[in-house]
Every structure is written in C-alpha cells, then in structure tokens.
Write a new protein. Sequence first.
Length: 298
Amino acid sequence: MMYHKVVDLILRKKQEILIGKSNAFFKKAKQAGFHHLEKSNNPRISIEEIPFRSEIAKLLSVQEDWLIQTYYEYCLAKANFEPLLPAVRSSRRATDHGGKSLDPHEAFALWCVIKKCKAKRILELGTRFGVSARFFRVAHLFMFGLDDSKIYSCDLNREYRYVNDDDFEFIQGDAKLLFPDILKKNKIDLIFNDAHPYDLTKISVSASLEAQSPIITFHDVGKNHPRSPFKREAYFLPVNERNLINLAEYGPWERHVMAEFFGQNLLDEDFSETDQYRVQIFDSLFGLGVAINKKYLT
Ligand SMILES: C[S@@+](CC[C@H](N)C(=O)[O-])C[C@H]1O[C@@H](n2cnc3c(N)ncnc32)[C@H](O)[C@@H]1O
C-alpha cells in the first residue's frame, strides 16, 4: 500500500514538472497567435512510447527527461493543430493527396533536432505541396514564437497549398543553379534535401559542407524504402533503362550521396561519425537521414 502511494507521488511530481516546464512553451505559442491551445493536465508519457528514442538520444546526446518533455510538446502540438499539420499523420501516400511527405515519427525526429540545435533558419529543396514546409513553420512558431525564424523552400514548380506566402519564402527554379547562391547569401541552420536528383543532392551536400552548415537532412534514405533498391549507377543510365518503376528521372539516391560524404558504412548501417559530423538514419518506412556538425551538439 505504502509502495503504491510513493509511486503515485513520484508520478504526480513528474507530471507537475512536465506541465511546469511547458509553461514557457505555451506562452510562446500563444504569443504567436495560437490562442486555442489546450494544455493537457494528464501527460502520462512513458519513455517506451517515444519513437526513435535511442537513435535521437545517441544523435543529440539528450537524456530521457528531455525526450519525454519534448515528446509531450510534440504530441500537444499535433493534437491541437492537426488541421495545420494535415498530412503529417501517416506514411501512406493516399493521405497526403498523392504526395509523399514526412511521417509522424520522422517529423518527431526533426522536431527534436530543430529544438536541440535551435534551427531557426531552414532551407528546403523540393517544396511540392508544402506539407513539410507547413510542419517546419508550425515547429518554428511553437518553439521560437514570432522570433526571427525563416523558411526558404525551392521547387521547379509552384504547387504549394499547405503553406501561405507569409509562412515562408518560395524560390522557384532549378535548385542546382540556385542553391549555392542561396547558401552564400543567407545563414542557414538546417537543409532539408527532398528533391532527389543525384547530382542536385551532391551539389547540395558539397555546398553545405563548404559553408559548414550545422545540419544537413535527407528524406527517402531508408534501407527498406518501398521503391528501393536505388542503384547509384542507375542515375547515369538513360531513363528508360533504369530499373525504377514510377520514378521517371527522379530517384532517391540520397543514401549513396550520404555514404560518399559521411562514410561508406552508411550503405548498410544507420549510424556514422566523421571528424566533423555525427550522422543517423532513422529507419522509418521511407527513411530520414540527419547529419549534424558536432560543434552544434555541445
Ligand atoms: C518529394 S517532393 C517534395 C515533397 C515535400 N518536401 C513535402 O514533404 O511535402 C520533390 C519535389 O522536388 C522538386 N524538384 C525536383 N528536382 C528539382 C530541382 N532540380 N530543383 C528544384 N526542385 C526540384 C519536384 O518538383 C518535387 O516537387
């Protein structure tokens, strides 16, 4: 009996701390205009339910408490703002209207990276419908309020519908030509590679490393990607000879590019470390790769 009382007391104390710590977070979100935000009085989150907890802890050098606190914030953001995160809810193509974007677990991993490294300035290659741009915008508003956060997103086509022009800066054109210049002119904390051509990804990583970019991320790098394997050589074949159904001239070769720059072991393994960067591939359905300059992890 006594034992149960003590356990209950500890649990209640933990919850109070969780809610208390979240006050600053709520204040910022409200200042940013999210007035309908409701705080849960019963945040019972156990470490076991947190997706990618060991990968995130290893990549970011964070402890259990930080993960619980951050997952609580993320769940609240998702629960309260589901209409603003319309497609970040499933990894199935059907739910995001034919596009393929971040799934909720990948989004949580990115949420942690943005929070831990204070990634206020994001450059995305491949906007498409703007689902991931919407996610970045909501994450920024939640974490930094109306502070000086900024999202640049580049695409060949203007198709976005989940973001408005005042949410981000859209840059229309070929990222191969535009990317190095954008990087030179602007301080960028996080680059999100989601456009796919092999040479574009290579140019993007070279320029990012030259600029000593803090965080370089890649979507579609999972070993078990439903449309894999993506052979590096395939990119150099004529389109009709590539063994890639439905991919036309695009194909997620990012894992090969990651291996070229951050360690060949990444072709088979999900973790790597160079002198400057720590790299984790989150093995979700499509796969999310994150390389972080270790300077920003202290
Ligand atoms: C997978 S979609 C991006 C999805 C989006 N990031 C999301 O999660 O909602 C890939 C996009 O990359 C764009 N793209 C491909 N090659 C490009 C290039 N060279 N420059 C700019 N955008 C490119 C395509 O037009 C397409 O809209």
